[in-house]
Write a protein that binds this ligand. Structure first.
Ligand code: ADP
Ligand code: MG
Length: 525
């Protein structure tokens, strides 16, 4: 990885809120506030006109703007090639819209620290190769050199361990701490188990739930409100997008209020009529019990995967705005027999950890010219971070019993510590086979159709007359910088081929074009 000139930051590009941070000269992560002085910026893009956008608009900015001009939760579409947001005759990709959010964070932060060159951007556990690459491209479109993409919970814990003052302290004993990170944000849920000593930081296991977050809690409240409204009047606020979006907004406010007090009222206006619905914390818990249960099931699965008993967890870290809901804290306390830690700011922990990670990477490339103190640099250089792969990597294999059937044979299971290298033998399946196609798949499923196709290559020119069952060796190497090397060789002839996939490869032509367009055609407030 290479650094470019300019400052180095960490960015939490969230579904609902985004945060940018940097380590100060003493090694303390500091959030760089936006132009309004707020630490978090809503990941919402409002189009005022062609080429004119406001990121993180206020209620005033939104007044009188049709809902069609506003993009929310674009992160849910990042990596989806079919997604487009249409506005003023333009069709924008999710990564282009993400780039607009990044541009806002960057330009506001630059008011504090000057030009920014390099960034670590965080992604949820469940992001696959395609969504990670799209996030990387979003950074490049903004003109950021993306030095790494890391998982959000990994970042949160790294930041926490760093802040406790333990990481990188070679004088401290090598005591191990096991930490569970429970991250329930707006649209995503991740849970991760981490173990660290002052020198080594290891992710033991991580898992997550696609499309589960605070938005779902709010949605349940809104459905409940509309049902009540329908009981009173034979009219449904869900039929009018404007009414329903107001119900959602009122429910969002009520949900937050319930984290602080026992009751909250939602007033619904629709069709010239009003209904007030009262919520208690208890009612909210009833309406969403299955959602909370899903987060606990995933948590238990992660503990099992890592073979760690709940009582062995030293600390539970809460990340994500939705962990402010009292029901989350209660349930986790029941599970682990101890209250979750409250030292972290759930909104900023991820960005702070990304800033620590960025500084660890940067410290290795720097001499004495760093703006950071020598003691901080020494600490940063002595931390060794080991991550795991979030998704399995497999190879497409033909079933020898039925040549029409193909399946995903897993080479590197999920949750394997990196770097890792795996070598396995396969055999040719037809007589006189002249070529071998190797396809690299990402995903746990046996059905290749349910996996993401990462890359593929072909060994051609095998000698004629090769018998069925000729040995083929396949090797996967996955290093800590996100580089995947795949080689395959037919052993009798010695013919082979290989491919390297580098997460975070250099910008392609499309990215450069998007970079020019964003820079030349859009102003962002
Ligand atoms: P993301 O990382 O997905 O952008 P955040 O971690 O910023 O999300 O969390 C946003 C979510 O947190 C929203 O769904 C919001 O409703 C919820 N949230 C924020 N504050 C509270 C609160 N006080 N009580 C309950 N939920 C909250
Ligand atoms: Mg988040």
């Amino acid at each position: 990885m290479q650094f470019v000139s300019g400052e180095t930051v960490g960015i939490d590009l969230g579904t609902t809120f985004s945060v940018i941070a940097r380590l100060d000269a003493m090694g303390t992560p500091r959030t760089l506030p936006n132009r309004r002085g707020e630490p978090t910026t809503a990941s919402v893009v409002l189009f005022k006109g062609p080429g004119e956008a406001i990121v993180g608009p206020t209620a005033e900015d939104r007044a009188g703007i049709p809902a069609d001009n506003v993009v929310t939760a674009v992160k849910r579409h990042v990596g989806d090639p079919s997604y487009r947001f249409e506005f003023a005759g333009r069709r924008l990709t999710a990564e282009f819209i993400s780039a607009m959010i990044l541009r806002k964070l960057k330009q506001d932060a630059e008011r504090h620290i000057g030009p920014i060159g390099n960034a670590v951007i965080t992604v949820p556990y469940y992001f696959n190769d395609a969504s990670r690459r799209a996030t990387q491209r979003a950074g490049q479109i903004t003109g950021l050199n993306v030095i790494d993409i890391i998982n959000e919970p990994t970042a949160a814990t790294l930041g926490h361990a760093w802040q406790r003052g333990e990481l990188g302290r070679l004088d401290l004993p090598e005591d191990e701490r096991t930490v569970l990170v429970f991250d329930l944000g707006g649209g995503t849920f991740d849970v991760t188990l981490v173990r660290y000593t002052p020198r080594r930081f290891r992710v033991l296991a991580t898992d997550g739930d696609v499309l589960l977050g605070g938005l779902d809690w709010t949605q349940r409240m809104a459905e409940y409100c509309c049902d009540r409204f329908c009981e009173w009047f034979a009219a449904d606020p869900r039929e009018d997008p404007q009414s329903f979006s107001e119900v959602l907004r009122a429910c969002e406010a009520a949900k937050r209020a319930l984290s602080r007090r026992p009751r909250a009222i939602v007033s619904i206006h629709h069709d010239g009529r009003n209904v007030d619905v009262e919520f208690t914390d208890e009612l909210l818990q009833q309406l969403t019990a299955d959602l909370l249960q899903r987060t606990l099931d995933t948590t238990e699965r992660v503990l099992e995967t890592a073979d760690v008993r709940p009582a062995e967890v030293h600390e539970i870290l809460l990340v994500g705005g939705s962990t402010r809901m009292p029901m989350v804290r209660r349930k986790l306390q029941e599970l682990c027999g101890r209250p979750p830690a409250t030292t972290l700011d759930p909104d900023q922990a991820v960005a702070h950890g990304a800033a620590v990670h960025a500084a660890i990477l940067e410290a290795r490339t720097q001499g004495t010219e760093s703006r950071m103190g020598q003691a901080v640099l020494r600490r940063l250089r002595s931390v060794h971070v080991t991550d795991v792969n979030a998704h399995a990597l497999g190879v497409l294999v033909t079933d020898p019993q039925d040549l029409r059937r193909k399946f995903n044979h897993i080479m590197i299971p999920a949750n394997t510590p990196l770097p890792v290298s795996v070598r396995q033998r396969f055999v040719t399946t037809v007589p006189n086979q002249r070529r071998i196609d190797v396809h690299v798949l990402e995903g746990e499923a046996r059905d290749p159709g349910a996996c993401h196709h990462v890359t593929g290559f072909r060994i051609a020119g095998l000698p004629p007359g090769l018998p069925i069952g000729a040995p083929v060796e396949v090797e996967y190497r996955y290093d800590e910088n996100g580089r995947i090397d795949v080689r395959a060789r037919e052993l009798t002839s010695g013919r082979g081929a290989s491919v390297a996939v580098i997460r975070g490869a250099t910008a392609d032509a499309d990215v450069e074009e998007a970079f020019r367009r964003l820079a030349a055609e859009y102003t962002i407030e």
